[in-house]
Design a protein around this ligand. Structure first.
Ligand SMILES: [Zn+2]
Length: 479
């Protein structure tokens, strides 16, 4: 049973999906007016890891991550760069996918864009006005916070703390200073859409409500985001969606990752103390950055300094070295102890227990390092049975892959390519290999040994090794 910490109830809970065997997840994606920084990357890598783990545990995961592609910051930045807001957003969306690929963040099931979902937002706003939960004023529409008694339930803040936290500008159009904009009247030269309340554009919060509901439906499983989104963004998403829905909740579990800090200060664009992934990647590989980000439990703050990246590089290297040395010994003559089989089973068990406990990737690392150590010890003593050695090494590789960590050499043909192209090529090869393995398994099931052997031999010649193990056939790129 997977247990996760639910921000709404402030405790760990058993994860019970809305639909058996499926996980529906939404995470607030970037506002695309800049390249993303390490603090943004933590959130992206954490939820990518959560999604991969659910998939490994046999769930079908629907993961939606939006792009906010209309916003004050985008409009301001477009003016600075001398382009349209649309062109600016398109540029940074493309940059997002390149940087995400370098960190081995898989594409979400859907990446809806705010500007493509305006009608869904207007539907919600219309119903909120009909219900008296929102009011139009001179082309703007505001949410009437006082009309939603549960306001504050996620953040646990009272009205006074929320007022202080929202840092609201005085606005004579609002009935209550806490009210927030659902629709903003068009200003000259800004993108706008026609609406029953006049030309304008949506507020940020309504974008997520509309896209989450449209793609995942009411009471979906997990809503994620950085801890700084709890208030007011997620509180407002709840007020809008649950006000609209009549009784159903927006999401059943709320997960928030902690910040990255620099000298104990939160890393953020507004503080100016941020490191763009683009600026880090020439020095440290995406794999090292990912290894660093997952080396601390996602709810603990992570302080950044260069030495931590160096330590991550050393840690990742230890796992890679164990794989490489083991793979070189796969063809040694037989005999020896099969203790590594036990070690592999223990590692799998410990890894699962750590990840089941609120995705404790830091504890999961301990299982990987212990298995790597056992492999190295057995290799040094030349004591391991080759089949047991293979079992242990493949287990190490597969468990690391659940966290999105690649410890094997890059696949043939993908080396030296751009990071994004590499990830895309690997994804294609993995898909093809899954198909080939299925075809080979079908041939074996029919006792068509010549076909099964032909597939294995031809792939071997191409540097892709198939191993038949008691758990089924597996493949890897030869070192
Ligand atoms: Zn959001």
């Amino acid at each position: 049973m997977i247990r996760l910490y639910n921000t709404m109830t402030r405790r760990k809970e058993d994860f019970v999906p809305r639909d058996a065997g499926c996980v529906s997840m939404y995470a607030c994606g970037p506002t695309v007016y800049n390249y993303f920084h390490l603090g943004n990357a933590r959130m992206l890598v954490v939820f990518d890891m959560v999604r991969r783990y659910f998939t490994w545990r046999g769930f079908t995961v629907a993961y939606v991550q939006n792009f906010t592609d209309v916003d004050d910051k985008i409009i301001a930045r477009a003016r600075e760069e001398g382009c349209t807001p649309e062109a600016l957003a398109a540029k940074y969306i493309e940059a997002y996918f390149a940087d995400a690929a370098a960190l081995r963040i898989e594409k979400a099931t859907a990446h809806p864009r705010a500007t493509e979902n305006i009608a869904a937002m207007q539907d919600i706003i219309r119903v909120l006005i009909e219900k008296g939960l929102a009011y139009p004023v001179d082309g703007d529409v505001y949410y009437a916070v006082e009309r939603f008694p549960a306001y504050g339930k996620l953040s646990g803040r009272d009205a006074e703390a929320m007022l202080a936290g929202a840092r609201v500008e005085p606005n004579p159009r609002k009935r209550n200073p806490m009210d927030f904009a659902l629709w903003k009247e068009a200003k000259a030269g800004e993108p706008s859409w026609p609406s029953p309340w006049g030309d304008g554009r949506p507020g940020w919060h309504i974008e997520c409500s509309a896209m989450a509901l449209k793609y995942l439906g009411p009471a979906f499983d997990i809503h994620g985001g950085g801890g700084d989104l709890i208030f007011p963004h997620h509180e407002n998403e709840i007020a809008q969606t649950e006000g609209y829905l009549d009784g159903a909740v927006l999401a059943r579990y709320w997960m928030h990752n902690a910040f990255i800090t620099v000298n104990r200060e939160k890393m953020s664009k507004s503080e100016g103390n941020f490191f763009l992934i683009r600026d880090i990647l020439p020095k440290w590989s995406g794999d090292v950055v990912r290894f660093y980000l997952l080396g601390t439990h996602y709810r603990s703050p992570l302080d950044f300094d260069e030495e931590k990246l160096a330590a991550a590089a050393r840690g990742l290297d230890r796992l890679k070295t164990a794989w490489r040395l083991a793979a070189e010994a796969f063809d040694r003559p037989g005999g020896g102890s099969d203790e590594l089989r036990t070690a592999a089973a223990a590692a799998r068990q410990r890894f699962g227990a750590a990840m089941d406990d609120d995705f404790n990737s830091a504890q999961a690392y301990a299982a990987l390092f212990d298995l790597a150590r056992d492999i190295n010890t057995a290799l040094a003593a030349e004591a391991a049975q080759p089949a047991a050695l293979r079992e242990a090494a493949l287990t190490l590789r597969d468990l690391a892959a659940v966290l999105g960590l690649v410890i094997t050499p890059e696949l043939p043909g993908s080396r030296g390519a751009e990071a994004a192209a590499t990830a895309a090529a690997e994804e294609k090869i993995a898909t093809l290999m899954a198909l080939i393995m299925d075809i080979r398994a079908a041939a074996r099931a029919k006792k068509d040994w010549p076909t099964a052997d032909l597939i294995r031999e031809r792939l071997q010649a191409a540097g892709l090794v198939i191993e038949d193990t008691p758990q089924g056939a597996r493949w890897y790129a030869a070192p």
